[in-house]
Design a protein around this ligand. Structure first.
Ligand code: ZN
Length: 464
């Protein structure tokens, strides 16, 4: 077996790993590099392998940093099959079409900039909506958790519920090579156990090698119940001051989870039942519909709610705003509303308009409920920036900033440690999908015989 790293190596985005096993070339994930605009160059750069030479792709989950370069892969010659769980297929369709739309918009923006500088040529998007549709057309066999699937002769993939977002999986690949059976486990993103919506992560009993995420390899999350209390407090205090609460929201999972918490807060009399909540994200609205189709994916308590005819994501004052005009109308509300909008890291999307209208108001609050990568506007605000650049204006940051990391969809250091402890027989662990200090802290904690932090483009041979 040979393994090479083409993304999320000493960084958190762009997950993409090439496994060469039993004479086949299998790609695990094909994610977009995300963060500041400079990362466009990383996405444009060659993959580090010939897309046409691949036999198939297995996706761990539908987050953009795990599937967002698939249209580019197909555009550059990939003609094989893409496999994932059914829920991942459904969510990834949304994610890829949205990403292609944003890429087309971004190309038009770059063209306008070039024209202002006197250049005539138009800038091509990284990929178009047609490229995204071509990638979606390659979605083929849907995998079920714990059901081994022969992906190529002599190569079997088994997906385990990673408990990270709906449909998310850790992927175990087993291959026959020269009379030996070898196995390698790709963690995907590992969920934060004991959450209210999703089941806790599962693992296979055994794997020879592990490629493992380390997003929070150096941090511990706060207690989940304390985090819920923090959210309710932030909302009640902000309303008492007369401001709005902005929640930069990841469309998949976090948006639905926050709706669920708001509903609970109202049921427990910790929030007013008349609190107006705007879900201002067409993608989050569509993702919520997909969630409602996969009722068996949730914890027994949530499944029972569905069973009794209750929708766990319905809040009495919820308004879904798909249309741009409805989104713009929210800007007239100066206080007393909860506004959830994407993108979660404030790299684009409608949240930037809401930030422009609220970030300078001392009575407002911005509540971050997820990870914000280095270099993103979200991270700069969390780190205490005094000003934020939005639409060419410098907006002073006067709103209260809250970071509630107990809602994270990622395991913390203790959970990552426990996750890998459950897997017997491992001889090598490759740490990926983390910033270097997090990886080093985690490497120092685990006592596996061979732990490494591979670099982008590195290729290793796995002996057994
Ligand atoms: Zn993820």
């Amino acid at each position: 077996m040979k393994l090479s790293f083409h993304g999320a190596a000493q960084g958190v985005t762009g997950s993409c790993f090439l496994l060469e096993a039993a004479g086949y070339r299998i790609l695990i994930d094909c994610g977009l590099f995300q963060g500041s605009r400079e990362l466009h160059e990383d996405n444009v750069a060659p993959f580090g392998f010939d897309p046409a030479s691949l036999d198939c792709v297995v996706l761990t989950h539908a987050h953009l940093d795990h599937c967002g370069r698939l249209p580019l892969l197909v555009k550059r010659g990939f003609r094989g099959e893409i496999m994932a769980t059914q829920a991942t297929f459904e969510l990834a369709r949304l994610v890829l079409l949205d990403a292609a739309h944003l890429q087309e918009e971004e190309a038009r923006r770059r063209t306008r900039v070039a024209q202002r500088r006197g250049r005539e040529d138009s800038e091509a998007p990284l990929y178009s909506i047609v490229d995204a549709l071509d990638a979606i057309a390659r979605f083929d066999r849907a995998a079920s958790y714990r059901q081994p699937m022969t992906i190529r002769p002599g190569v079997v993939a088994t997906l385990f519920d990673a408990g990270h977002i709906l449909g998310s999986a850790s992927v175990l690949i087993e291959a026959e090579e020269g009379g030996f059976r070898r196995s390698i486990l790709f963690s995907g993103d590992i969920g934060n156990g004991g959450r209210l919506l999703l089941k806790s992560p599962e693992t296979p009993d055994q794997a020879d090698s592990i490629v493992m995420e380390t997003t929070y390899g150096d941090r511990l999350h706060r207690q989940f119940s304390a985090s819920r209390g923090e959210l309710y407090d932030a909302i009640n205090r902000t309303f008492a001051r007369g401001g709005n609460v902005l929640i930069p929201t990841f469309a998949l999972e976090r948006a639905q989870e926050i709706l669920f918490f708001l509903r609970q807060g109202i049921e427990e009399n910790r929030l007013s039942p008349s609190v107006p909540v705007f879900l201002d994200s067409p993608m989050a609205i569509s993702a919520t519909e997909i969630f409602e189709r996969h009722r068996d994916s949730f914890t027994p308590a949530v499944a029972a709610m569905f069973e009794s005819g209750k929708d766990p994501f319905k809040v009495p004052g919820l308004r879904l705003t798909r249309e741009t005009a409805d989104s713009v109308a929210i800007n007239r509300i100066t206080g007393g509303a909860v506004i959830m909008a994407g993108a979660g890291m404030c790299t684009g999307g409608r949240i930037r308009h809401h930030l422009r209208h609220n970030l300078w108001r001392p009575e407002a609050s911005i509540v971050f409920v997820g990870y914000a990568a280095a270099g993103t506007l979200g991270r700069r605000i969390i780190d205490g920036a005094k000003e934020a650049q939005l639409f060419g204006e410098d907006i002073p940051v006067r709103a209260q900033i809250h970071t509630i990391n107990g809602f994270s969809a990622h395991a913390d250091q203790n959970e990552l440690f426990a996750w890998q402890e459950k897997i017997a027989g491992k001889r090598a662990i490759f740490l990926v999908h983390g910033e270097v200090p997090a990886m080093q802290a985690f490497a120092a904690r685990i006592a596996a015989p061979q732990v490494s932090i591979p670099q982008l483009g590195e290729r290793v041979t796995i002996e057994s």
